[in-house]
Ligand binder design. Structure first.
Ligand SMILES: [Zn+2]
Length: 316
């Protein structure tokens, strides 16, 4: 009897361990499933796990190390534009394949696959909206769509948006994230640089404000055109900003480049960027800059108030 009880006790202890192991593996499985479901997010810089909901509330900036995770165009618009004021422009513009280009696959197939997978028609969203109650024209590049590459649709949408802004006398903000020109469109892609730059020049001639925000990464033809043409150029912390890739330059120069080469911090030090603004402060910084550049007649109180608060801060 005692033996029986002993063996039952032993058995239950085994059961307990077995159950514990089983429940342990279930919770591990559950954890993995939750990561896969997007409930949790593991920081690619410091490895800390964060609830995606908390991370989103902090605009996808890691609370632990300040790493700026990439955000898509919809999320960026949500972060910057006042609720219920966004009016998208030219949503009907669709890319075509005029060169019938083929690399590993047909460009037209690649486009269709991207559109189905991401739910975007091309790599930029443009529209009109308000930042802290002030109207702006905003373009947001989406790196998920073929590396935010600049094809004819990206060029045309940005140009039309800038032209609308010039007409309405709105400031222009473009959030850049791009690998550069879209090679599948060849020359037509390169022409976009000139087209957007010309529209920006007309905007400038009308004495209107343009602020590019350089996010990780801003490279190639985008850096070589509208990303560097701003009146005030802002960048996100640690963003990679450059023209040619690091490896290409190293191989050409046969020289090892410094660790911080092509970072926002390095560019700020060398005068290519005017300020580095953490994402959590971006909306208010843009709002302040836009308020300061408002024509005096439209919002005299706002400008006066902003000037006064800045003067008083400077006096302190
Ligand atoms: Zn982190």
């Amino acid at each position: 009897m005692a033996n029986n009880e002993e063996s039952r006790g032993l058995k239950s202890l085994f059961d307990w361990f077995a159950n514990r192991r089983k429940s342990g593996s279930t919770s591990l499985e559950r954890q993995e499933r939750e990561i896969a479901d997007g409930l949790w997010h593991k920081c690619s810089k410091c490895g800390v796990l964060a609830y995606t909901k908390d991370l989103k509330a902090n605009q996808m900036v890691c609370v632990e190390c300040g790493h700026h995770n990439r955000v898509d165009s919809d999320e960026r618009i949500r972060q910057l534009i006042d609720h219920n004021t966004w009016k998208p422009l030219d949503e009907h513009l669709r890319p075509t394949d005029p060169l019938e280009f083929r690399d590993r696959k047909l460009y037209s197939d690649r486009l269709r696959e991207m559109q189905e997978k991401i739910g975007l028609i091309d790599a930029v969203k443009t529209g009109l909206g308000q930042v802290n109650g002030l109207p702006i024209a905003l373009g947001v590049m989406d790196f998920r769509f073929m590396g935010g590459s600049m094809g004819s649709v990206v060029g045309e949408k940005l140009t039309r948006m800038i032209e609308q802004a010039t007409q309405r006398r709105y400031p222009v903000v473009i959030v850049c994230a791009s690998g550069g020109a879209r090679m599948q469109e060849g020359m037509l892609s390169l022409m976009q640089m000139a087209k957007i730059s010309a529209a920006l020049q007309r905007h400038r001639d009308a004495r209107l404000l343009y602020i590019p925000v350089l996010t990780n990464p801003t490279t190639g033809g985008v850096t070589a055109s509208f990303a560097m043409l701003g009146d005030i150029i802002l960048a996100e912390p640690k963003a990679t900003i450059g023209f040619a890739g690091r490896r290409v330059i190293e191989q050409t120069l046969r020289e090892k480049l410094p660790e911080n080469f092509q970072t926002a911090e390095d560019l700020l030090q060398h005068g290519f960027v005017d300020d580095i603004v953490p994402r959590t402060q971006l909306k208010n910084t843009l709002g302040r800059l836009i308020a300061l550049h408002q024509p005096v007649l439209t919002t005299p109180h706002m400008v006066l108030w902003e000037t006064m608060s800045l003067t008083s801060t400077a006096a302190e």
